[in-house]
Design a protein around this ligand. Sequence first.
Ligand code: ZN
Ligand code: ZN
Length: 350
Amino acid sequence: MKSTYFLIAILLVAASCKKNDTLANTTATITALSCGSGSFSSSATINTAYSATATVPYTGGNGVTYYGGSAISSTGVAGLTATLQAGSLTSGTGNLSYAVSGTPTSAGTASFTISFGGQSCSIALTVNSAGGLTVPAVYNKIYGATSITYDGTFVTIKCNALPDHKSAYYQTNNVLYEAFSGTTFGGGTFAINPNRIATQNITLKIPVNPVLNAAHPSTPMGVIGVAINGIPFFNQYAAGGSALANEINGFDQYWGHPQNTGMYHYHVEPLYLTTVKATKSALIGFLLDGFPVYGPEEPNGSTPAGLDVYHGHTHTTVEFPAGSYHYHFSTAAPYLNGNGFYGTPGTVTQ
Ligand SMILES: [Zn+2]
Ligand SMILES: [Zn+2]
């Protein structure tokens, strides 16, 4: 009898060793993670306890069982964590599950950088402000904002104006520093200016229902809008209202540059957004009057036709299927905005 128990014990130990060896000897791998297609099982609200499951599709799974992960803290909006749940990969396409919990401390976008099976990307959860107002979905395209909130009339976008792409204007010890030489926007030879990129604190308040303003207020010097990566748009003038002229040769590898306080900005097409993050015809940002900004092409590859003196026109777009006035970038001046805003601008503090 005693020896029977002993034998069972040996078998149990052997069985558990075998299981662990299987896990330890085979690495879970996938070929791609699709954070952009990820989803959360419920919506989140500022200062309210949150518990949900995030589902992130993958492709190219190798059929291996994997352990749960350690908690990943949110950035952008603090107070949440995402924890990979143990599971088994399919051989091919499937979903990873993360348990997301905590209490978000501000409204805006909570981001989680996840890494699995040799791939990594960032999933984003919108945290709503109190009062049950959900930020209209189109503004979630502004992935580089540090927070986005909505009061029913205005969407308030905060950003730090740090580009998410390489630049010759980062300090050389920054991971995003990359030297640049040769031809820049407009065909001139790049000549670096003395300014270097510094963190900003910019708040734009943009009307969500933009309206035509027949007076077409002039665009101010400084921030006139924001790109989806949280970088401000400036108008077609250099300081003092003179033509950009020599400034253009100071545009870096992605066609932006910092001014004297280190605020990085775009006067012309943000090349990183139109070639890496999105496309030449994608929604690239918004001007302060609330009207959207698109790249230098229409979806069929054509040059936008019939732009007015404010540098926009009206037709249906992916984001505005009922049609909307919108601005387009162009390679020739005024590049983004012409003779003033089309609508009534909101406010900006910088
Ligand atoms: Zn400038
Ligand atoms: Zn258009």
